[in-house]
Structures are given as structure tokens and as C-alpha cells.
Design a protein around this ligand. Structure first.
Ligand code: GLN
Length: 233
């Protein structure tokens, strides 16, 4: 029946490792808050997609270059990104944590003078960390993925790192030997959104927003959050 167009098919990039938002289960299937949201929205909005997991910075670049249609990757809506992308309705509020290893002698940002801080390339938390560099006099070492970055702090090569609060809290709950120093005072980092290249893929963005409104309304969104974090958002 020619009245019914084929389902649109999209390429969506994501961060290969960003639990609890994007990660793999025992069968190597992609799961997480982002992945469950995307899957449910695609079902309701009647589109299919190929997922492209990679480093966060590459995943973001792929959409900026027009090689992928959209990105979902625990990616915060920032003013800089509004120049390059169009974003969806915000779907999860985040904040920036600064983090040291368990038993570290670092007690305040001042103690980071002359020390090395591990940051993840292209992230909002890394911009936040970089903005404090001059004031506190630390050196920066960049990593492409969160796990390698954490590990550099755990083994004592880097004295601290910056990452999003829900991401580090989930890692600590799952056994990573790190400690958040500003639990009650996170740096402002806005909210996560789904992104397309600025001015493009308007249909996909509209589908995401419509589907998101629908999963919010019937409680599916809250169920997804609860599945990964154990409490409603
Ligand atoms: N939330 C961070 C940002 O928006 C990092 C995203 C990520 O590393 N996947 O830049």
C-alpha cells in the first residue's frame, strides 16, 4: 500500500561505555537508560536504527559530520553544542563530580597543585575541570573512555578526575574504588539530551520528542530509571 511509507531507518551513535546510560550486558547487547529510552521511542514512533558505539568524542563527531543521524550518549545540552546540534527535550538532569581514590590525601581542590588530573576528551565534565586548571594549578591528562580514566586515578597516576555525578555514583556502587568529594555540591552541567546535526533530521528529532513525551506520560520512563538506579527520577 503506497500510502504507508516504509519505516525510516537511522544511524545512531553512542558512547561504547557510559554506565548506567550506555553499556553492554553479558550477551554484548547494548543496554542502559539511554538505550532503553531509545528502543522504546523507536517502537512507539515506528522507526528502526543501527547503533554505532564508539568513544564519546567520535560519536559526537560522527553526528557533526553528518555520518550518523543522531546521538544518545549521556550527552549534556550546553551552549557550545547548540551551535553544532539541535537537541531534544532534556531527559535527565546531571551535575559534575570531582573524584579522588579511596584513602587519598587530597582533601580540597587546592591540594591538586602540581598534580595530574584525568579528563575525558570532549566532555562537559572535562570542560568544567579545565576551567579550574588555572586557579588550582594542576596538569591535565586526557583519556578517550571513562573506565581507563577512572583506572588512572585508582592506580595513583592521576590525583583526581571529573565525571558526571550519576555516572561516578553508579561506578562506585558497582565496586570502583573512588570517592566523590562534592556529593552535595555538584558543578552545574545541565541535562542530557538526544542530538541531531543542526538544521538536519528534523523528523527524527520530532519523533524522539513525541516518543519521549509518551514514555514520560505512561510511567515507562520512571520504570527505566528505576531499573538502573533503583528509585524514580
Ligand atoms: N555528560 C558528558 C557530556 O555531556 C559526557 C558524555 C560521555 O562521556 N558520554 O559531555
Amino acid at each position: 500500500d503506497h500510502i504507508h511509507a516504509d519505516k525510516p531507518h537511522y544511524t545512531i551513535s553512542t558512547d561504547a561505555t557510559y554506565p548506567p546510560f550506555d553499556f553492554q550486558d553479558k550477551n554484548n547487547d547494548y543496554i542502559g537508560i539511554d538505550q532503553d529510552i531509545l528502543k522504546e521511542i523507536a517502537k512507539r514512533e515506528n522507526f528502526t536504527y543501527t547503533l554505532k558505539p564508539m568513544s564519546f568524542t567520535s560519536a559526537a563527531q560522527l553526528v557533526a559530520n553528518g555520518q550518523a543521524d543522531g546521538i544518545i550518549a549521556g550527552m549534556a545540552i550546553t551552549d557550545e553544542r547548540k551551535e553544532v546540534y539541535d537537541n531534544s527535550t532534556p531527559y535527565y538532569k546531571t551535575g559534575v563530580a570531582w573524584i579522588v581514590k579511596n584513602g587519598s590525601e587530597i582533601k580540597s581542590l587546592k591540594d591538586l597543585k602540581g598534580k595530574t588530573v584525568a579528563l575525558k576528551t570532549g566532555t562537559a565534565a572535562s570542560e568544567y575541570g579545565k576551567s579550574l586548571q588555572k586557579k588550582y594549578g594542576f596538569n591535565i591528562k586526557y583519556f578517550n573512555d571513562t573506565d581507563t580514566m577512572y583506572n588512572d586515578v585508582v592506580v595513583g597516576n592521576s590525583a583526581a578526575t571529573f565525571e558526571d555525578m550519576p555516572v561516578i555514583q553508579y561506578a562506585i556502587k558497582n565496586g570502583v574504588k573512588l570517592k566523590v568529594m562534592n556529593t552535595n555540591n555538584p558543578g552545574n552541567a545541565g541535562s542530557y539530551g538526544f542530538f541531531v546535526k543542526k538544521g538536519e533530521n528534523k523528523e527524527l528529532l520530532a519523533s524522539f520528542n513525541r516518543g519521549f513525551a509518551s514514555i514520560k506520560k505512561d510511567g515507562t520512563y520512571d520504570k527505566i530509571i528505576k531499573k538502573y538506579l533503583g528509585a524514580p527520577a
